[in-house]
Write a protein that binds this ligand. Structure first.
Ligand code: ATP
Length: 217
C-alpha cells in the first residue's frame, strides 16, 4: 500500500483517485473548488482545499510521503505549469501530469516530469485496439515491442490443452498466468487443460499475438 496525492479533482483526477483507493492505496485529493472537495470528502483519506499554484499551501501537504503526485489539471494550463514548478521546488521527484494539448505537453516535457498523460489519445488507441481484437479484454504494452493480453476462454476451447492452443501461433507466445475463479495458475505446463471462463494472460510481440488470438475466439 502506498500514498498518493492527486491535484485537480475533475473527471480524470477523480477516476484515477478512486481506482488507487480501490487498489488499496491512500490518496490525498486537492482542489481549489470547495464544493468539489466537499463532495468527495468521504471517499478520500484526506481532501485539501487549496490553490495548488501556491507553494506555501503545497508545503502543508504530506508530499514527501507520497509515492507520486498526479497533477490532473487539464484546461487551466497556467495552473498546471505553476503547480508543477512549485512541486519541483519542494523536491517532489515523481510527478505525473495530465496534458491537455500539444503546447502543454511540450512545456511540461521541458520540466522533467516522470510521465505525461494524454487521456483522450491514449484511450483512443486502446479503443482502436479493442475494436481490432474485440476478444481481447485488456492489453498492456510492456516495452520492447512486447504486449500482455487478457483472453476469456470460451466453450470451444474447453478441454483443450495449453500446448494445443499455443501451437497455433506463428512466433513466440508465452502463457503468463491462468485465472480460474479465485485460483491462479503460474509456471504453466503445456498439458494444462482449459475450462470455459478461464482467463488467460498471454505475452508476445504484436505479430505473434495477432497470429494466435483470432483463433481463440
Ligand atoms: P476533467 O478531468 O474533468 O476533464 P479538465 O481537464 O477539464 O478536467 P480542469 O477542469 O481544468 O480540468 O481541472 C480539473 C480540476 O482541477 C477542477 O476541479 C478544478 O477546480 C481543479 N483546479 C484547477 N486549477 C486548480 C488549482 N490552481 N488548484 C487546485 N485545483 C485546481
Amino acid at each position: 500500500m502506498a500514498h498518493f496525492t492527486v491535484i485537480g479533482l475533475g473527471r480524470f483526477g477523480i477516476a484515477a483517485s478512486m481506482e488507487l483507493i480501490y487498489l488499496g492505496h491512500t490518496v490525498t485529493g486537492v482542489d481549489r473548488d470547495a464544493k468539489i472537495a466537499e463532495k468527495y470528502v468521504d471517499d478520500f483519506t484526506q481532501v485539501i482545499i487549496c490553490d495548488s499554484t501556491d507553494e506555501n499551501a503545497l508545503k502543508e501537504l504530506d508530499l514527501i510521503n507520497s509515492e507520486a503526485v498526479l497533477v490532473a489539471i487539464g484546461e487551466d494550463m497556467e495552473s498546471s505549469l505553476l503547480c508543477i514548478l512549485a512541486l519541483k521546488k519542494l523536491g517532489v521527484k515523481e510527478i505525473w501530469v495530465k496534458a491537455s494539448s500539444r503546447a502543454h505537453h511540450t512545456i511540461v516535457s521541458k520540466l522533467g516530469v516522470a510521465r505525461i498523460i494524454h487521456p483522450e489519445e491514449e484511450m483512443g488507441v486502446r479503443v482502436a485496439q479493442a475494436l481490432n481484437y474485440p476478444m481481447v479484454n485488456d492489453y498492456l504494452s510492456i516495452g520492447h515491442g512486447l504486449y500482455v493480453v487478457e483472453i476469456h476462454i470460451k466453450s470451444h476451447l474447453d478441454g483443450q490443452s495449453l500446448g494445443d492452443v499455443l501451437s497455433a501461433s506463428k512466433g513466440r507466445v508465452e502463457a503468463v498466468m491462468i485465472k480460474r475463479e479465485q485460483e491462479t495458475f503460474l509456471q504453466l505446463k503445456h498439458d494444462f487443460v482449459f475450462q470455459t471462463h478461464d482467463v488467460l494472460l498471454l505475452s508476445g510481440t504484436r505479430t505473434s499475438l495477432k497470429s494466435l488470438v483470432p483463433r481463440l475466439v
